[in-house]
Ligand binder design. Structure first.
Ligand SMILES: [Zn+2]
Ligand SMILES: [Zn+2]
Length: 347
């Protein structure tokens, strides 16, 4: 097998290579060393020797990969077969969650044209999916981490990853139900209420991010607190893990409180309501919707737009739609469009 692989890979100087291989009739690494040495003696300048050594390393690496690749593919197939159900369940719920995220964003963008019946249908479907998956895995340790309890048994590594992936995805799916309810509540919202809807969606998302940061902790806590390698080692590992976790949790708590503070802020923080003289001077026509101003807002750059229009604009942009002056201060990333963070929180 080794002989076949080396012969098939021979290049310019490979001719001699194959010959030494065949004559020695032994394992490939030895024959490679032998010919490499021979070349070193033959090579005149040290420069030439270096480059030929380099070429040799690359050849050797390529040969190694060629041998390892089919074997690792084989292992992967066996791994998937061993964890067939877990593998497909993980892919399925992740696909459903990605699709749901799209649906929710489209519903949020519909604004006043949202239909309550559709939203109720969507939230029922989301809720059923979450309940269904937990019902299917009711005998597993999936539910313990949800209330911050470590699983009863020390989970094997892949099972720990599975528990975390499933919980992380389903918690997001459940939060989408809450977002649907928010969308029903803020249906037909305009101006100030429209901004409120965005802030509530953002607040909910930051609460979710905080909870999701905590979610893997009980599982990894149980995983690291494995006394098999001595209690000192396991305490050290657990302590280090919890320290890393704490720093990221503190960060998430801070963002949550900033989102909460934004909610209580009454005034528009990128401008002020315009007086009727200012609106008349500007021509009483909104440049975004091309209609008569509705609850006009004067930006810092002195341009005036409807509150609705400009609120929606600032969900995505930070500059004035007309003059591109920087208007909105950099603050928390807004999730006001109804989207959910798609990154997996594995640790
Ligand atoms: Zn407008
Ligand atoms: Zn402007």
């Amino acid at each position: 097998m080794a002989g076949v692989a080396s012969v098939s890979l021979t290049t310019e100087e490979g001719q001699t290579d194959g010959r030494t291989d065949r004559s020695s009739g032994e394992g490939m690494p030895q024959s490679l060393n032998g010919s490499a040495d021979g070349e070193g003696v033959d090579g005149a300048g040290s420069n030439g020797r270096d480059s030929s050594y380099q070429r040799y390393d690359i050849q050797q690496a390529a040969r190694w990969i060629e041998q390892v690749l089919p074997f690792s593919l084989l292992l992967l197939v066996v791994f998937i077969r061993q964890h067939l159900q877990g593998f497909f369940v993980t892919i399925w719920i992740a696909a459903v969650m990605f699709k749901s995220n799209d649906i929710l964003r489209k519903q949020t963008a519909l604004k006043g044209e949202r239909k309550v019946a559709v939203l109720i249908g969507i939230s029922l479907a989301f809720a059923l999916h979450v309940v269904g998956v937990y019902w299917w895995y009711q005998n597993d340790d999936l539910l313990y981490p949800l209330i911050m309890l470590p699983p009863k048994l020390i989970p094997p590594f892949w099972h720990a990853v599975f528990i975390i992936m499933v919980n992380d995805t389903l918690v997001r799916q459940a939060a989408m139900v809450l977002k649907c309810i928010l969308l029903i509540y803020y249906k037909n919202s305009r101006g100030r209420n429209y901004r409120k809807q965005g802030q509530m969606l953002t607040l909910l998302e930051y609460l979710l991010l905080l909870y999701r940061a905590l979610l893997p902790t009980p599982v990894w806590y149980r995983f690291f607190l494995n006394k098999e390698y001595g209690s000192l080692f396991s305490s050290l590992m657990t302590g280090l893990y919890l320290t890393f976790k704490l720093t990221s949790v503190v960060e998430k708590v801070q963002s949550f409180f900033s989102a909460l503070k934004a909610l209580s802020r009454k005034e528009v923080h990128y401008g002020a309501y315009a007086t009727s003289e200012q609106v008349n001077a500007a021509g009483d026509l909104c440049a975004i919707c091309q209609e008569k101003m509705h609850a006009p807002i004067l930006l810092r750059c002195k341009h005036i737009f409807c509150e609705d229009c400009v609120s929606e604009w600032f969900e995505r942009e930070r500059t004035c739609p007309l003059c591109r002056a920087l208007v909105k201060p950099a603050d928390l990333r807004s999730f006001g469009d109804g989207s959910t963070s798609l990154f997996f929180q594995l640790f």
